[in-house]
Design a protein around this ligand. Sequence first.
Ligand code: CA
Length: 411
Amino acid sequence: MPIVFPHLRTRFVFPMLAMLVALPVAAEQAMPEATSTEPFADCIERLQQRGREEGLSEEVVTEVLGKVSYSEKVIELDGRQPEFAETFTNYLAKRVTESRIETGRELLDKHRPLLLRLQRQYGVQPQYLISFWGLETNYGGYTGFFPVLDSLATLACDPRRSTYFTSELMAALNIVDDGVPAESMLGSWAGAMGQTQFMPSVYRRFARDGDGDGKVDLWGSAPDALTSAAAFLQHIGWEAGWRWGREVSLPQDFAYIDAGRSNRRPLKEWRKRGVRMTGGKLVPALDVPTAVIVPAGHKGPAFAVYPNFDVILRWNLSDFYAIAVGHLADRINGAGPLQQAPPSDAPRLSKQQVEQMQTTLNTRGFDAGEPDGVLGRGTRAAIRRYQQAEGLVPDGFPDSRVMAGLGIELP
Ligand code: CA
């Protein structure tokens, strides 16, 4: 997956999560898929039939689904490819800002009784709930202005991910049937809603009334949003009492070939290899499955990540996002900045440069897969093999030496 691209792109992996938690859709196989030539009105008629079969009220089928509009803008945003891969340094600097940390600390204080209750009930520590809230919508400051039903209907009628968006549309219509006014359902262009940006299938299962007013309002009520996030995190496997991970320092002779989130080993094994906490002590001799990741290469910060890191990835499958959630949570909880500042000179690669790099790696026998301009896992693995063959530090990070070695000019 394109883990180095910004949030909106990585959000595409959310469908995987939604499939895990979505209710089974009995009619899935029987329904014809959207085709690229089908007029929108015909598609809506087909979706209306589907809605009736799934038991939506006739009022919602005709008055709500019958009146959705096609959105050119949504298709345009959906097709947009970022021109440059985001660097870790830039990603983190934009998301974990001093003002976001400050506001997070204030909100942690303000909502403390609720947050402690949620921790008892769902096992998620207060700072993480505040952190997700801050990263998703800047604490409810920005929840999106796209009419969710228009977005979902447009994407459901587009052949590329029709199945997924059709089931999200049905979930959204069910929410309307349950009493949420259709016109109040505003969100991201891809249909994520409210202060924690839940897709409708997630909203249906995990939206909770946290302030006890008898209504669920993920747009207007912070306690409702925080409670829903806690319920969802518990469901996707949050391990009570555990951290997400931590910044570590690696020994000089660290085998970078073993870095990466797919290589889990007991923390005590990393301890034997000399992995230390930032204070200087060796990491504890525990059995917890741990990976060591270096998102900005061996010159940047290193992190030991625990099972809750994977839980954050189930919310949004991006290493950068998961580190940002964890680090912001730590900062909100009183920790200082990263000890090893992310390097400022990391090259910012264009899609074209990544494609060129992939082609060159392929030509030289380091299989990077079909060149697509996306710096994903396969490409990083190919870079590692190249680095190893060249006697460079095999961290999978395309620094200026790698680019020069592959004959790719940097600006
Ligand atoms: Ca409420």
